[in-house]
Design a protein around this ligand. Structure first.
Ligand code: BJW
Ligand code: ZN
Length: 248
């Protein structure tokens, strides 16, 4: 990877950085993406699994799918990309992660300020009384039930549902005030999450995309870096550290 010196300089001089991430950053941890060549939604229909009506129609089927996903997430580890983003906290004063991922891997990598726009697969709640559960219920057969009799569901955001207001507002604020905005491993097609990108752009941030292929948002960014985030991000950390050492 060769990144022009003036870009490294611009990155190194940034004050406040946002990483807006999607499924691609966790692909190298063995968690499948949704869309694209290897995407799970090439085989499964999201409208049958990722909306509330589908869940109420067939909770056991939807739970089957989420149990499978939970197992993958539990056995996955943060990869070099997640770790590089966490390492950025030792270089820059303000590093914010805004993620669409539900897999908790940024937290496990050590990132501190994380806004989860689409929830967290390791958290669940009762659709009736809203009581929260971690995974302290019987995940045996069928769909788990709360002590009140209501169905327990994963605390993720399905199509047609509102994003968690506090997470969205905090993400919006960080996007508005950052000077550098990275877009990592996302197709950028799901709204309102993807609006973070235009918010950052309209407020003058420099936009850098890291992806294995061009996306819907490539035309908006200042720089596209093509490649796997688990390779690009650690290289970037090294280049920034080298630049800073040179300056001292
Ligand atoms: C690599 C790599 C490597 C691979 N290195 N890169 C405006 C316009 C049009 C539609 C809408 C709109 N506003 C709202 C909508 C509707 C809808 C929507 O956006 N639909 C579009 C898809 C058409 N949005 C909603 O319904 C949202 N809610 C909402 O709008 O509420 C308001 C409302 C309420 C009531 C009535 C009406 C409106 C909610 C969206 C919830 C999305 N939920 C999901 C599932 C979460 C649960 C779960 O995990 O099961 O979130 S969908 C799925 O997509 C998941 C992801 O977070 C999200 C984004 O996907 P992501 O992360 O970008 O992954 P991919 O697979 O798409 O891309 C991976 C990328 O990585 C690719 O580019 C690869 O190239 C790259 N890659 N390996 C770097 N190693
Ligand atoms: Zn309940």
């Amino acid at each position: 990877m060769t990144i022009e010196n003036d870009v490294i300089k611009r990155i190194s001089n940034a004050r406040s950085i946002v990483f807006f991430t999607g499924a691609g950053i966790s692909a190298e941890s063995g968690i499948p993406t949704f869309r694209g060549k290897e995407g799970i939604w090439n085989k499964l229909r999201p409208e049958e699994l990722a909306n509330f009506d589908a869940f109420m129609r067939n909770p056991a089927l939807v739970w089957e799918w989420y149990k499978h996903r939970m197992e993958i997430v539990h056995s996955a580890k943060p990869n070099a990309g997640h770790l590089a983003i966490a390492e950025m906290q030792n270089i820059f004063k303000e590093v914010t992660v805004i993620t669409q991922n539900v897999d908790n891997l940024h937290r496990r990598a050590g990132s501190k300020t994380i806004y989860e726009l689409h929830g967290n697969i390791e958290r669940n709640y009762c659709v009736k009384c809203k009581k929260f559960y971690n995974e302290d219920f019987d995940l045996g057969g069928g769909a788990p039930k709360c002590s009140c009799g209501g169905l327990i569901r994963p605390d993720v955001v399905w199509f047609g549902e509102f994003l968690p207001e506090d997470q969205f507002a905090a993400g919006e604020k960080a996007s508005r005030s950052c000077d550098l905005f990275f877009i990592v491993g996302t197709s950028g097609v799901v709204y309102p999450a993807a609006s973070m990108i235009t918010i950052a752009k309209n407020n003058g941030a420099y936009l850098i995309e890291i992806n294995i292929e061009p996306t819907e948002v490539s035309s908006l960014v200042n720089l596209s870096i093509t490649g796997m985030s688990g390779e690009i991000l650690p290289n970037l950390v090294k280049a920034i550290k080298d630049f800073r050492n040179m300056k001292d």
